[in-house]
Design a protein around this ligand. Structure first.
Ligand code: ZN
Length: 245
């Protein structure tokens, strides 16, 4: 079973299209979506439509989806995030806002071995940045592999070391996952990477091979920036895409 895992798309249709094209080429069986479909980017409706058209096996909401849907005030948002989420809420149709409002809260089991959450398995809005956060999250995890997003930073935390097995069947961007003990995995952000690499990030986990593939895909950054500028969203949202920050 190969799961395609995407998170933090943030209204960036150019990045999502590039990711889906890359994933189609590699092949997958089921799609898991970890939230934050909207916010920051200029094509929230397109991202919602494109994502749902792929019939995700499991999908959960992120904090931006919640605020756009009016489930929560933007009190924790900075000025740029607030400006973009207010624009998003104003721009989306009632149908699209209802879709966001109805997105389930994580964590959610997506199979015997896989759990998904937006921030962490104990709090959907909690940021897992370091090993202390990851320790709490691993204790709270309900499945062998717990996928999370929210930080926009790819990361793998595990309690048991990688099995010492020959790696010659692995591609360059693949890694073996621990066979025992849980692992907490962030595949990065499709639409707003923040690790200094502007390429869109996503992951594929192959349960038969026990392998995680962390993909980076070039996309039409200039196109996404042009859309942000055309909608008169804060300029910073356009410039940060080119820096991956
Ligand atoms: Zn996000």
């Amino acid at each position: 079973m190969r799961y395609l895992i995407i998170s933090d798309i943030h209204g960036n249709l150019q990045a999502l299209d590039a990711v889906l094209e890359d994933a189609d080429r590699l092949g997958y069986d089921a799609l898991l979506v970890l939230g934050d479909l909207v916010g920051y980017g200029a094509d929230p409706a397109g991202v919602i439509d494109r994502t749902l058209a792929r019939e995700p096996r499991a999908i959960i909401r992120g904090n931006h989806d919640k605020v756009a849907a009016g489930l929560e005030p933007p009190s924790l948002f900075n000025d740029v995030a607030r400006a973009s989420i207010e624009w998003t809420a104003k721009t989306l149709s009632a149908e699209h806002l209802k879709i966001l409002r109805d997105l389930p809260q994580g964590p959610k089991l997506a199979g015997d071995d896989i759990e998904i959450c937006h921030g962490s398995p104990f709090d959907e809005d909690y940021y897992v940045f370091d090993v202390d956060d990851a320790g709490r999250a691993l204790e709270a995890a309900h499945a062998r592999f717990c996928f999370f997003g929210h930080t926009h930073l790819p990361a793998v935390f595990a309690t048991s070391p990688d099995p010492a097995r020959p790696a010659d069947d692995l591609a360059e961007d693949e890694m073996r996952l621990p066979t025992s003990g849980p692992a907490l995995i962030n595949v990065g952000s499709v639409g707003q990477p923040r690790d200094g690499d502007p390429r869109a990030a996503y992951g594929i986990v192959d349960l038969a091979r026990n392998v995680l593939q962390l993909r980076r895909v070039r996309y039409d950054v200039a196109g996404a920036q042009a859309r942000i500028r055309a909608e008169k969203l804060p300029e910073y949202l356009a410039t940060r895409l080119a820096r991956g920050q």
